[in-house]
Design a protein around this ligand. Structure first.
Ligand code: HAS
Length: 564
């Protein structure tokens, strides 16, 4: 296919607007995401004050209860609903309106997810499940907490299969053509998610539920943690890939250029599918019961999963440079001054990328066997995930919100909203910088994570943790407070965008996706069975023997504990 035909084909598939019922579906998901965000960030604020000993909770409310709510509502609920809202919009826009079947299945998925969320939240709020978002065995919550989680995952599968069905029917109508880049990326992310969830579903159904309902007496702790991290690491790429979709597809459009390389973008996503799953042991580097060889193998695979992120960074720099030069930028860094700094919808994504530079470096440090010994289970890791999911991913989602909500409601992003958004992204960056730097420093000094306020018996080493400008809990609390205020501002912006005046005839509310030329992209990249086959091979190679060994030691399980 020549370039012209490919571009024409690509254009043909990009419909300009999303059908009203599809908008409703997407918008409902985004609204639930922001309801979870509101409560989740409030829990975050309480946490920093408790760790700082500035407030004491009433007897009926527990620190670990709030920490669980914070993790579940922000890391799982906010992200997942938002991602589905984004996917629905982009899939309907690029592949055409959903059929009644796809729409109905998506709504079923939404209701199952929401039922799961409600059950889980009730369990946390009623103090039956203060087990944090990682719900490590042998901590034991009320059985309904796990049922809620299982329903949540099943709901995402139903919605995911609906979107994959929409894609398959497009492929049938366009035999031999590569799908639009947005659809390709969505399907890759969904396949990754479906395979990843197998681990968490297995541990929830076969280990936690039987334990919690008293059908068995003990739980194999090593196995449950292994199955959790089989899921837990690809989970972070389930958050990251939609952000990368925005970077690959929206940033070039805002800069007035095309996607840098269609094949590079697709290859990066395929590499995530291959290498993001067989790496969970890097979260268990210090866990007993797993032979060092398997930890080492998964460490090597972890370094492989860094490559597609480096490809993405390269691609972004290329796009900046191409657009900068087109606008007359000169010299090595001339492009920098040509970027649209005043457009908050660009700025938000750019700041997100900037945060991912230290975020990614921190990840590489974590993944290094010996260095992990220093940072594991310290506040460093908390700092790491705040400048990965809490800034690059979250700030990209904010930038997307500034496009998506106006687009889905047909209400333009007002001047007031733009001004507030500018304050919001700057304050979020400032708060995150302060809080995450304090967390990194405190962690390096040895301050543990997953603990409420304690003076550690007044121990000399512990006292040094709180001495410096950054190494103290006050800085963390200041950062946390700025973040909370910024989060509330974001809620105001969302509300303004939901209820503001409708667009007039002249106003165009767009959702910008850049053109991507697939003419020289190898068709092999869209042969899913090849990639799913290789992913399965890598997973079996990395996990079959260690899991068999953990199963072999099944009899040495632990009874469940309720520590709160
Ligand atoms: Fe991580 C722990 C390793 C990425 C999230 N991680 C966590 C936890 C979370 C998390 C939530 O190996 C805690 C889990 C728990 O509760 O216990 N992480 C990595 C590695 C990467 C990585 C190797 N993590 C992420 C992402 C996350 C995330 C992404 C969320 C979205 N992580 C670990 C390890 C642990 C861990 C261990 C366990 C620690 C322990 O002991 O418990 C890599 O994927 C990172 C690769 C990224 C890069 C950066 C590329 C940069 C880009 C930006 C370019 C910028 C531009 C702008 C273009 C190599 C793409 C430039 C402009 C200019 C002007 C300069």
């Amino acid at each position: 296919m020549n370039t012209e035909t490919a571009l024409r084909d690509q254009k043909l598939t990009i419909t300009d607007s999303v059908a009203k019922p599809d908008r409703k579906l997407a918008l409902t998901n985004i609204n639930v995401a922001y309801a979870a965000f509101l409560v989740g960030t409030l829990c975050g604020l309480l946490q920093v004050f408790i760790r700082n000993d500035a407030i004491q909770l009433p007897a009926w409310l527990d620190y670990y209860q709030i920490l669980t709510a914070h993790g579940v509502l922000l890391a799982l609920v906010f992200t997942t609903y938002f991602i589905f809202g984004f996917f629905y919009t982009g899939m309907s826009k690029t592949l055409g309106s959903f059929s009644d079947n796809v729409r109905m299945t998506s709504w079923i998925g939404f209701f199952v997810m929401t039922l799961g969320t409600i059950i889980t939240v009730i369990m946390i709020v009623s103090g039956e499940a203060s087990v944090l978002y990682t719900f490590y065995a042998p901590l034991q919550a009320n059985g309904f907490f796990y049922i809620g989680l299982a329903l949540f995952v099943v709901g995402t599968w139903i919605s995911g299969f609906a979107l994959i069905g929409h894609y398959v029917s497009w492929k049938k109508r366009h035999k031999g053509s590569l799908s639009p880049l947005f659809a390709f990326m969505t399907v890759t992310t969904l396949i990754l998610w479906i395979i990843a969830c197998l681990g968490v579903v297995a541990t929830v159904l076969f280990q936690f539920i039987p334990l919690a309902f008293g059908w068995v007496d003990t739980i194999n702790v090593g196995l449950s943690r292994t199955l959790f991290w089989y899921f837990g690491h690809p989970l972070v790429y389930f958050w990251l890939l939609p952000a990368y979709m925005a970077w690959y597809l929206i940033v070039p459009k805002l800069l007035g250029v095309n996607v840098f390389s269609d094949s590079l973008a697709r290859l990066a996503f395929i590499l995530f599918l291959l290498f993001s799953i067989p790496v969970g042991f890097h979260h268990q580097a210090v866990d007993p019961g797993i032979d060092h060889f398997w930890k080492f193998l998964q460490t090597v695979l972890t370094f492989m999963v860094i490559i597609p992120s480096l490809m993405t960074a390269f691609s972004m720099f290329a796009v900046f440079e191409i657009s900068g030069r087109e606008k007359g930028g000169k010299g090595l860094f001339g492009w920098f001054t040509k970027l649209p700094w005043r457009d908050v919808r660009f700025l938000s994504l750019f700041l997100a990328m900037l945060f991912f530079i230290p975020g990614g470096i921190g990840g590489i440090i974590n993944a290094s066997f010996q260095l992990n010994e220093v940072v594991h289970n310290t506040l460093w890791v908390v700092g790491h995930f705040h400048i990965t999911v809490g800034a690059p991913v979250a700030m990209t989602f904010y930038g997307l919100t500034f496009w998506l909500v106006p687009y889905l409601t047909g209400r333009p992003f007002s001047r007031l909203a733009k001004k507030l958004a500018l304050i919001q992204v700057i304050t979020w960056s400032l708060g995150m910088f302060l809080m995450s730097t304090a967390q990194h420093v405190l962690g390096l000094l040895g301050a543990p994570r997953r603990t409420a306020f304690t003076e550690y018996g007044g121990h000399e080493a512990a006292l040094t943790w709180f001495d410096g400008i950054f190494s103290n809990h006050v800085t963390m609390a200041v950062g946390g407070t700025i973040l909370f205020l910024s989060a509330m501002l974001l809620i105001v912006i969302v509300v303004i965008s939901l209820v503001g005046p409708k667009a007039t005839e002249e106003e165009i509310v767009e959702f910008p996706l850049a053109e991507s030329d697939p003419s020289s992209t190898p068709k092999l990249l869209e042969k899913w069975w090849v990639w799913i086959g290789i992913a399965a091979f890598l997973i079996i190679a990395a996990y079959a023997i260690p899991i068999a060994e953990l199963l072999h030691h099944m009899e040495s399980g632990s009874r469940g504990f309720r520590t709160w």
